[in-house]
Design a protein around this ligand. Structure first.
Ligand SMILES: Nc1ncnc2c1ncn2[C@@H]1O[C@H](COP(=O)(O)OP(=O)(O)OP(=O)(O)O)[C@@H](O)[C@H]1O
Length: 529
């Protein structure tokens, strides 16, 4: 029995726990939680979530798994322990975790301390431990669900233990003081003593025997039967007082098998005393003689530990291997127990349906997105070909423009312009005027260039002032009239506007839909934390 390694907790940040909680929530209806879902539940962008998940994987708080349909993350036992501890730390219930003092079939027990370093007992329920270890080899066989069942069952076991501890304590039974519960972790008073199985000698076995039998009867009078009343679940203090621990199978005396459980508790004590202390009594309590005086069983049901929860938990205990959910599922599949569908199975089916719906929806959305992308591409392509056509037409027309004709037609005086502009290709001017000037140095060229620019600016200004603009030039040369271009531009603008509007609308609805889904998941899990 070692120590729980909680050193990593001090290095984890808020985002780490946020992502851990997101994985925990996602595991309600996912065997492994896909990155996209973790990201949307946590409300952190994918890049950030991925980085955090890598950290968590490194510290074995989550595990990455590949399944047939998709890859994703699942919470590990360590991750679940960290979540519970973190919550209790922030409630200032737990301040430290120490050595392991007990290891049972269904739990790990550690010494802990509160922030003031007073001793505490931390009991981590591990109800799905068996199934969790075999999860890989059984994965294909059981398909979905079992990953959720160990979280669910461990949480139920903790809730039940806490509820019983409180109720028993209030009625004066010798049990450890219940401090708090979170997820699968129950915090209670640390009992300093020895379990009865380790006690070899007592001063007065008869007195101890009577006290134990009186305890069984007192429980029954209050309406409950321990169900596991044996030397392993009884701690003896130094002064030989007895403290009861561990009530996993506590049942009401109205339970159909109540008598069987009662007799089994009595027999356990008798057998132990005979074997260990060689003490046998002729006197032992009988179930028929019990007079009910309290209704703790009923009160417990009203305390939040519902019938449904008890049903699920008892079924898991009865089946022994804590895979009740999965086995029931299998039985249903093989048609053995078609008429006996329990609540948990209907929940399983609901979850399955939700899962399938989600996948369908996802597929649908993907197809939609693809269609949208193809449409968009087409529009862009059509726009670009239209533009290219228009550009080539315009270029051709421009080349055919007769500037001289234009000059006479428009009253255009090009005396202001240098030769290079008057003859755009420079061929005519070069051959006519200066055949001898073959070489021009770079400086001159540059000066010319600046001069040309200035001249152009001057001419344009002049034309504008005279009310004759470039538009009139274009109108005489292009096949597209100004009206047509205007109309086209207006149409394009309108289409673009519509496109933007549509896009925003779509985005908004997707965002609000995601938010709604996340809100539902979060509200469903409100009682977990
Ligand atoms: N409050 C406590 N104070 C001190 N020790 C405790 C306390 N609770 C449990 N333990 C120790 O932890 C051991 C395991 O506890 P417990 O019996 O509750 O676990 P379990 O998993 O239900 O065990 P199992 O089902 O195998 O009997 C006990 O035998 C006891 O030694």
């Amino acid at each position: 029995m070692g120590r729980m390694n909680v050193s990593m907790m001090r290095y984890l940040e808020g985002d780490h726990f946020r992502v851990l909680i997101a994985v925990e929530m996602g595991m309600k209806n996912h065997e492994v939680v896909p990155l996209a879902l973790v990201s949307s539940i946590a409300g952190i962008h994918r890049g950030g979530v991925l980085r955090t998940l890598n950290d968590l994987c490194k510290h074995q708080l989550v595990a990455f798994e590949r399944s047939k349909k998709f890859d994703g993350y699942r919470l590990t036992i360590r991750g679940y322990d960290y979540l519970a501890l973190r919550a209790l730390c922030s409630r200032e219930v737990v301040g430290s975790v120490g050595n392991q003092i007990g290891i049972g079939k269904e739990s790990d027990v550690y010494v802990g301390g509160d922030p003031d370093l007073n001793d505490l007992c931390l009991k981590f329920h591990r109800l799905g431990r068996t199934s969790f270890r075999k999860i890989k080899e059984k994965r294909d066989y059981h398909k979905k669900r079992k990953s959720a069942s160990w979280l669910y069952l461990s949480r139920l076991a903790a809730a039940k233990e806490f509820a019983f501890l409180k109720a028993l304590q209030e009625r004066g039974f010798p049990v450890p003081k219940a401090v708090d519960v979170c997820r699968h972790l129950v915090v209670m008073q640390l009992v300093v003593g020895q379990t009865l199985c380790n006690v070899n000698h007592v001063e007065d076995p008869a007195a101890l025997y009577d006290r134990l039998m009186a305890l069984i009867v007192k429980l029954a009078r209050h309406g409950v039967i321990h169900g596991d009343f044996n030397e392993f679940n009884l701690i003896m203090l130094e002064d030989e007082r007895i403290v009861m621990i561990d009530f996993p199978q506590m049942v009401s005396i109205d339970h159909p098998n109540a008598e069987f459980y009662f007799d089994r508790d009595v027999t356990c004590v008798r057998t132990f005393f005979k074997r260990r202390f060689d003490y046998e009594s002729e006197d032992w309590p009988k179930f028929d003689e019990i007079e009910r005086k309290g209704n703790m069983d009923v009160l417990l049901e009203a305390s939040g530990f519902t019938k449904k929860m008890a049903l699920d938990l008892n079924k898991a205990y009865d089946d022994g291997n804590f895979l009740a959910h999965c086995e029931q599922e299998l039985r249903n599949e093989s048609g053995e127990k078609e008429g006996e569908e329990s609540d948990s199975d209907s929940e399983e089916e609901d979850l399955k349906a939700i899962h399938e719906e989600e996948e369908e929806e996802k597929d649908h959305e993907e197809v939609k997105a693809q269609v949208q992308a193809v449409k968009q591409q087409k529009i862009v392509l059509s726009q670009s070909t239209r533009f290219n056509d228009w550009l080539s037409d315009a270029t051709n027309l421009l080349e055919n423009v007769d500037l001289k004709a234009l000059k006479t037609e428009e009253g255009y005086d090009d005396s202001d312009l240098p030769e290079k502009i008057t003859h755009p290709h420079g061929v005519v001017a070069a051959s006519d005027s200066s055949e001898n000037e073959d070489e021009e140095d770079e400086e001159e060229e540059e000066e010319d260039h600046v001069a040309v620019e200035e001249q152009v600016a001057k001419v344009v200004k002049k034309k504008r002032q005279a009310g004759v603009g470039a538009r009139s030039v274009a109108s005489s040369a292009a096949t597209f009239t100004a009206e047509e271009i205007k109309r086209k531009l207006a149409l394009d603008r309108k289409r673009n506007k519509e496109k933007i509007r549509l896009k925003v609308k779509g985005k908004q609805s997707a965002v609000s839909r995601n938010r709604k889904d996340n809100k539902n998941v979060i509200s469903e899990y409100a009682g977990w934390i």
